[in-house]
Design a protein around this ligand. Sequence first.
Ligand code: PGA
Length: 261
Amino acid sequence: MEIIIQPTPPEGSIIAARIIAKLVRTKPDCVLGLATGSTPIPTYRELVRMHREEGLDFSKVTTFNLDEYVGLPPEHPQSYHAFMDEHFFAHVNVPRANIHIPDGMAADIPAECARYEAAIRAAGGIDLQILGIGTDGHIGFNEPTSSLASRTRIKTLTEQTRADNARFFEGDLSKVPFHCITMGVGTIMESRQVLMLAFGANKADAIAEAVEGPITSMNPATVLQMHPVAKCIIDEPAAGALKKTVYYRWVFDHKPDWQRW
Ligand code: PGA
């Protein structure tokens, strides 16, 4: 895994946006895997700026979001449909028909999950998947002990994740759904490139396990060690429990020019 440590979230987010923009420019019809949560918001903001000021064109891009809450309709303000509109889709030119987010209101959830997997395959697979990481090491909503070979399916959120996300529901834990539809760990691992972002001291332990710990479903992000092209952009506090930070900075400082974005 390539570890990129930046002083602050805005600096890390600019690098993330540049990596994504480079792909969109070199492969205009690329397939992006998108994430929600507070972490990627500044990355989306920078991509929106690039679209407005530099003409970054998303007109041929296809997107697949990682997950959605079960039981929230798209117009619910805390749904991930609404989140993506607010932070990204309303401000760029991804065609509506190219946007894919699991349907948390589907009457037949297993059928919806199978449909989602088939749609990813039909699009040619995901070129670059953006990921956050939960304080418990979840990626997407694949909570600890998720099968590392799992596919898109329903998951029950942990108490910890529901508590972490209550801030999006006016701090009211009772409003946080118990279930979600999430891409599986196996689905995520098939992306050609993954870009994990983590900011803040509360992510430090999960990141140290994911990067330097043994691979275990107890922290699903650890499986990214098996991914051939995984980058991890973190700020100083999120890097706080890593052992080899001197080496990660050394690698970053000595990157050949052609490897930069
Ligand atoms: P956050 O969530 O970006 O809001 O911290 C990350 C995650 O749960 O994957």
